[in-house]
Design a protein. Structure first.
Length: 316
């Protein structure tokens, strides 16, 4: 099979039929063998009924329905697990991503040799204040922090080799950082393509300004995980030892200084009256706690079990 098109969605009943027809037309024009996997992330409208109707008329359509809303990352995770195509395309269901981009994205992976290709919505039709400017700031920070130089990390339109989606673990709200996760997993050839962005035709956006706040928090998380996720002792243990040694040497200096003053018959204040004594003690305690945090992190990594992150109600 050439293509698996993975489409997470939430309350997109109005756009699904049009999107399906558009995809089918593009697939026929390019003679692709394909499957379309719709993941209903807990919609409260008739989205699932529409998907059932599409699956009844087109055997290439498959569906996954969550019991409730778990988030886009979980939806992509479920879609990636089900996908069988040589190349996987992800796109949003709101018609802002054009299926006409699929052939070029497919070619860049198969003929161009890229592990994955991310879309870049260079010209956008979103609010400048509430979406464009925060998005530019977010993408700048992501480039500087991750070392992956893409203009648009959050573009839903992407293409992947099958091996990438089968080896990248998408959890939490890390769907924004799949390129970074791919790079950390060893898939270093990551490309970018300018894609057409269309104004929303139906419904309203499902994302508010809070997604950018969450995005920056996730960026810090992925920065930490990419460097110390498999070796927390290297960070917490090192910081703990450094702080403990600083506190220990400070306490030693205070004690030696007091003994010296007593030896030369100078009046020496009590150790507990010296504010540096409490600073040294606090530093030693914090150092011990950081060391233990790293040690416990190592134990958790070695004993954790894979937990179920979402529940599927129905599949097609």
């Amino acid at each position: 099979m050439n293509l698996s098109i993975v489409i997470p969605l939430l309350n997109e009943e109005e756009s699904l039929n049009e999107l399906h027809s558009w995809i089918v037309k593009v697939m026929a024009q390019n003679n692709f063998s394909y499957e379309v996997i719709f993941i209903d992330d807990g919609s409260t409208d008739t989205s699932w009924q529409v998907i059932e109707g599409l699956a009844a008329q087109n055997t290439n359509v498959k569906g996954i329905r969550f019991l409730r809303n778990y988030g886009k990352s979980q939806a992509l995770h479920a879609g990636f697990a089900k996908a069988q195509g040589d190349v996987i395309i992800t796109m949003d269901a709101d018609l802002q991503d054009s299926p006409e981009e699929i052939p070029d994205l497919y070619s860049m992976v198969t003929a161009g040799g890229y592990d994955m290709v991310s879309g870049w919505k260079k010209k956008r039709y979103d609010s400048v204040v509430f979406k464009n400017m925060p998005s530019k700031l977010f993408n700048w920070a992501a480039r500087k922090t991750s070392g992956v130089y893409l203009h648009d990390f959050n573009c839903g339109l992407k293409s992947y080799k099958n091996a990438v989606v089968k080896n990248v673990e998408v959890s939490g709200e890390m769907h924004r950082y799949i390129p970074v996760l791919a790079k950390n997993a060893g898939f270093a050839k990551i490309g970018e393509k300018v894609v057409q962005h269309q104004a929303r035709k139906y419904g309203t956006t499902k994302f508010g300004i809070e997604r950018f706040i969450n995005g920056f928090l996730d960026l810090i998380t992925i920065w930490f995980l990419s460097r110390f996720g498999k070796r927390p002792m290297h960070l917490f243990g090192a910081l703990g030892v450094i702080m403990f040694m600083i506190g220990l040497f400070s306490a030693g200096y205070i004690g030696i200084n007091k003994l010296y003053k007593l030896a030369v018959h100078e009046r020496a204040i009590l150790v507990t009256d010296n504010p540096w004594f409490y600073i040294a003690l606090t530093t030693m305690i914090l150092g011990t706690q950081l060391f233990l945090a790293g040690f416990l992190g190592e134990i958790i990594l070695r004993t954790k079990n894979n937990e179920e992150r979402y529940k599927i109600s129905e599949t097609l």
